[in-house]
Design a protein around this ligand. Sequence first.
Ligand code: AMP
Ligand code: MG
Length: 423
Amino acid sequence: MSPSDSSHAAERLLTLQEAIAIALQSIQPITEIESVPLLGAEGRVLAGDLLARLDVPPGDNSAMDGFAVHWSDLSPDVTTRLPVIGQALAGHRYAHPVPRGAAVRITTGALLPEGPDTVIMQEHCRIAPDETWVEIESRTTSRLRPGENIRRRGEDVQAGTIFLNHGRRLRPQEIALAAGQGLTHLQVIRQPRIAVASTGDELYEPGVELPPGAIYESNRYLLIGLLRRLGCAVTDLGILRDNRDALLSTLRCAAADHDVLLTSGGVSVGTADLVKEAIAELGQIAFWRLAVKPGKPVTFGRIADCLILGLPGNPVSVMMSFLLFARPLLLKRMGTEPAEPLRWRVAADFAVRRKPGRREWLRAQLQLDSEQRPLAGLYHTQSSGALSSLTWADGLVELPEDCASVAPGDAVDYLPFSALGVE
Ligand code: AMP
Ligand code: MG
């Protein structure tokens, strides 16, 4: 290798995929477990497999309001009239067997009485005004099958089977499934403790008057919200000034009792970019730049057992680097498997020329063309400082590293925010 090759190799930025693979290797999932009530379990990660104790439903029952009948009583040629000998209601067991030649009125969710094997929707029946009989026309019978409108015992969940696996992040529907098993509490992995700080002399909290040249800080509002959605316990360290000693002491303290320290700003190459140096002084940096746009200066390292993610300062870069880089790492730490986000192939409604080399995310909105095919349009500014591009967008167009241009109509990858955990 010539000297220029080796300096080029030393310069080469890690791709996003390489960086995630390196970082994932150094992350151990949290193993401490706690018990939480069902209504406090959303977003938490299951610590063990859940074994079903009960069949759901507990017995064969009706899927409709109607009449329980013996299929063999129904004539395919003429109208069948059956006496109605009782009522089976949800929550009550119908005590007697139902003989052939008789029907029972049944409500949705009621256990099927002994005897009948089919339920006919009441909308498909003619019912006597005094409800003493019910008639089923032959054309109704010809459209039905035996066993119609019956939900079988255990068809949703079977006792003795695992109905949710460990590592599963709990959404309302998983919690509801656990409730259906009569569980009141779930064993989940302890939440990761994440400390969040913004850095910069120009930053002020909303609510105070701004001195000249200052701006209100927005990154903590972005990051804390994203972290809470993910199911992390957040400590807000506030705004840290561009001051070496103050940075060192705050980062040292925070690293001692958190799983992850997330900062924004101060990791680029300016004279006031002191965060990277502070991390290097207190711990180790694994890498500090990625071949991505926006969000190139991402610093990844650790201070003792605390993972450090030094995100860039520009708000759009913060959101991109959080969603595409930090999120999978945090998910692994939380004890769940980070899945590659779903990308859709859609047509570009824009033109772009660019220098290949970095993976790029453009703030985009999907629309449908006249034939209902999805078309991705771009926000008018793609500046990494323009937060408004993120409130406008419903997702991102992802340009691969080697892409040099996009013409209208070209197929591009679109990542909906929903695939990244943000609606
Ligand atoms: P830095 O990486 O610290 O040089 O910051 C890059 C840009 O992001 C600068 O224009 C900063 O003013 C801006 N910035 C940094 N942190 C924040 C923040 N917390 N809120 C809004 N803008 C920020
Ligand atoms: Mg700064």
